[in-house]
Design a protein around this ligand. Structure first.
Ligand code: KG4
Ligand code: ZN
Length: 426
């Protein structure tokens, strides 16, 4: 199955083309093309993502990325038997049927620039051998999500292909199944998942512990009550006068600092739980549930920095020490709650995914703690470049969703809407 996937839920515009086979038993993914545009430079100016700017940028970038992905994949551009096309144009390409043009214009009514570019693209390029189009329907910023959804609807209509809506968080979890991203390996491997699976999603918008008893079956067993882990990284970076996004900045600063300031000590479940110099809290670490809270930790950093005279008064070493201890506090809580959940539910596989999993120290701490608790558990992390938002993970989820759906969803049209607060399992 060849899947074209589109992701526009936040500040990355991404298009991927993935070839998948093997079904639920032995899924194998071959990534044929990835085209991504990060809007980080744009949003950095505002210290965070501005939804309407994100929407505009997605609309501007999507068609060039689509073209690039199709070129990269080297797909033969051919006429799809199911696509309804109009009469031959002088240059040889078939123009879209008038009726379809009008429908596409209507779908993209709110994105006129995108409509124009997409129609021109569709006129010049006939349908390539794509089997399914997958698109993120939520959660995320609704104005941003709409761009991807409407573009996907237009492509599905023009090409006569089924459209599969994807939960972004499901994409994050399944991103660990992608093994071949060199676009060269001819025999990518299948990664086996054994159920039950315990999943930890840590991103800019979410911190959730999820139980998967089977494919595409999710039960949220814990979640943050306020800020997400990534959001805490971003906010603390701002307090320390570091640019957006804060996660990579904090982890860069914290690197090599932990050994000096945070010698580590054994926590209640045996993993290293450092106290460190500043005495930052580990919120809810001992609560009986699997929920999280990071806003108090962020506020503690804010007070600490104020007490020290403000970010501009801090020398680089002190900033690094605060960054290191903050990061350690987040790691301690995430590791502790994960171990507790694993103790209760006895998963055979553990998956951690989402942008914060780009953090090496977190990955190391989770891996060591889980394997220390149960040496037979299979621990899966995404490739570091697939931890943050991308369309390849949406394609992976699209594969399973397409396999799972009884009828090809060719006419999903009006029922597919942006769902900013979509939850796993909904
Ligand atoms: O999954 P993602 O790309 O977008 C959402 O779905 O939210 O996650 C983005 C988040 C941001 O908050 C960013 O600061 C954080 O992931 N992040 C990191 C690191 N790299 C990205 N957090 C900690 N350490 C990192 N190395
Ligand atoms: Zn994400």
């Amino acid at each position: 199955m060849k899947i074209l996937a589109i992701e526009t839920s936040c500040d990355e515009t991404a298009v991927s083309i993935v070839s998948a086979k093997g079904g639920f038993e032995r899924p194998v993914f071959e990534v044929l093309a990835e085209a991504v545009h990060s809007q980080v430079d744009l949003h950095t100016l505002y210290g965070g993502v501005v939804p309407m700017l994100a929407k505009r940028e997605h609309a501007k970038r999507l068609v060039p990325l689509l073209k690039r992905a199709l070129e990269m994949s080297k797909f033969k551009v051919q006429t799809c038997p199911t696509a309804r096309r109009g009469s031959k144009k002088e240059n040889g390409a078939n123009k879209l049927e008038k009726e379809i043009r009008e429908e596409i214009k209507e779908i993209l009514e709110r994105e006129p620039e995108l409509a124009e570019k997409l129609l021109a693209f569709l006129d010049a390029n006939e349908v390539s051998d794509i089997d399914v189009i997958a698109v993120t329907e939520g959660p995320g910023l609704e104005p941003a999500l709409w761009v991807g959804i409407n573009a996907a609807k237009a492509l599905a209509l023009a090409w006569g292909k089924p459209l599969v809506p994807i939960n972004h968080l499901e994409g994050h979890l399944l991103s660990v199944l992608i093994t071949d991203r060199k676009f060269k390996l001819r025999s990518p491997k299948s990664k086996k998942i054994e159920f039950p699976v315990l999943g930890l999603i840590v991103s800019g918008g979410h911190t959730e512990l999820v139980l998967m008893r089977d494919w595409l079956d999710y039960e949220i067993i814990g979640q943050t009550r306020d800020d997400a882990a990534g959001e805490a990284f971003d906010k603390v970076a701002r307090i320390l006068d570091l640019p957006y996004p804060g996660g990579p900045e904090i982890s860069k600063l914290a690197k090599n600092h932990l050994d000096i300031e945070c010698p580590g000590q054994n926590g209640p479940l045996g993993h290293s739980m450092s106290k460190c110099k500043w005495g930052l809290p580990r919120p809810m670490i001992n609560s009986k549930d699997f929920d999280f809270s990071f806003s108090g930790l962020k506020t503690a950093v804010l007070y600490l920095v104020k007490k020290l005279g403000g970010a501009e008064e801090l020398d680089q070493t002190t900033k690094a020490a605060i960054a290191a201890e903050f990061q350690q506090a987040v790691i301690d809580v995430l590791v502790h709650k994960t171990l507790k959940a694993a103790e209760k539910h006895g998963p055979k596989t553990f998956i951690a995914a989402g942008g914060v999993m780009a953090n090496k120290s977190l990955k190391q701490a989770l891996g060591q703690a889980l394997e220390g608790q149960n040496s037979s558990i299979k621990v899966l992390f995404p490739d570091v470049t697939l931890a943050t938002d991308n369309a390849t993970m949406i394609a992976a989820a699209g594969y399973f969703r397409a396999l799972n759906s009884e009828e090809p969803r060719c006419n999903i049209g009006a029922s597919l809407v942006a769902k900013g607060n979509l939850r796993l399992g909904q």
